[in-house]
Ligand binder design. Sequence first.
Ligand SMILES: Nc1nc2c(ncn2[C@@H]2O[C@H](COP(=O)(O)OP(=O)(O)OP(=O)(O)O)[C@@H](O)[C@H]2O)c(=O)[nH]1
Ligand SMILES: [Mg+2]
Length: 450
Amino acid sequence: MYAEDTIAAIATPPGAGGIGIIRVSGPAAEAIADAIFSRRSLTPWASHQLYHGRVVRADGTAIDDGLAVLMRAPRSYTGEDVLEIHCHGSPAVLRLVLQRVMELGARPAAPGEFTKRAFLNGKLDLTQAEAVADLVRARTAEGTVQAADQLFGRLSERLDALRQQLLHAKACLELRIDFSEEDVDPRQAAPDDALLRSLLEIDALLATYRRGKLLREGVRVAITGRPNVGKSSLLNALLGTERAIVTALPGTTRDVIEDSADFDGLAVVLSDTAGLREAPGEIERVGIERAHRVARAADLTLIVLDTSVPLDEPSELLDMERTILVLNKIDLPSAWDEADLSPQAKRYPLVRVSAKELIGLEGLRRRVVETLGASQNDGLPPLTTARQRDALVQARESVVRALEGLEKNLAPELVAVDVAAALDQIGSITGAVTNEDVLDAIFREFCIGK
Ligand SMILES: Nc1nc2c(ncn2[C@@H]2O[C@H](COP(=O)(O)OP(=O)(O)OP(=O)(O)O)[C@@H](O)[C@H]2O)c(=O)[nH]1
Ligand SMILES: [Mg+2]
């Protein structure tokens, strides 16, 4: 399926570190190990054993002192012979070692190529390979747990159970094809049930996608509103730090200030922006333009309103989709109430807080997560990529067509075609059915060395 050459890469991140690892996979791994790593023992490499020794150049001079391990096929990450050399984590040392590995016959690995080989050798299915990339990128504790779950095969198991349902439906249909009505026990041959159950399962899995996607990608939340309503105070309160300058003067914040926080496991990037008002000075005008752009680009916008002064809605923002109204300064006597809001503003969910007294913040965090459609799933392994979601949407369409076919008493042969299509679509998620383009698209997203 692929050229059986030997690939190599620096597997640790760029920059100086305690340890840096060079990874080599392919048929030349052992020969490279012999040539580059000088150890005291002259016996052949024992698989999966860590050796201490020196990394040496062609002329025998040492580059570094370190550890090396050879993991023989098929008991390795890629399923091929894999060599890992653990050196000191200096970029210069690692480059020298990598260069020497190349001289000895390896070529640079493409992004994700180690994991791609693991997939092609049947070590992982595609959802697990995607989980590897997610684990490397995970930003919150929950993101990590979710990716690890998927790596350990939880999503694969769910999909397999779904496949079994559909296979059962298909077998029922085949029974109807092969035998005439009167020869078949109708209970045994009822595919409707299995199809309906598959449909429910597909819908439940699809509902998990949004949280999975947001966990993976993080979300952008913009804080906007008129000057002096407490946007910067709210940013600070949500972050638990004095990140932005707060003063009693309107027009304090000019530029966009960003920082990230963890909302119920979601990695949220919060942007504080300049207060929106008419006829500002030159610097502030630029800031306000930026504020508009940030608000439009965000996944969710918080419009902060000050309840202690007469109501002043930033009406220019009231056409946006995912928005929450944050009524701030509830520790002060209020100058207006909800009934005074315009009809457009009333469409949005509303949360009352005091950024100064730290009241209502937990409720606001929860509202953000809910409004994003990212609440916790009840224990289902979430779908994490658009690829998985799209395949499942297609599978759903096929199952619906099959059910309609049964309803219309179509020939079982025709219904079976739709069930087979659904099976293929589900198979494409784990990679049981796949093609080279799909693989390329997946592994391109990886970092080099993984
Ligand atoms: N009492 C009370 N005062 C608040 C609250 N939130 C903010 N303030 C005060 O309101 C004033 C403005 O707060 P900022 O956070 O700077 O407001 P802002 O919306 O960022 O203002 P600009 O950057 O100028 O647009 C400051 O004096 C804050 O201390 C609150 O919940 N209660
Ligand atoms: Mg401010």
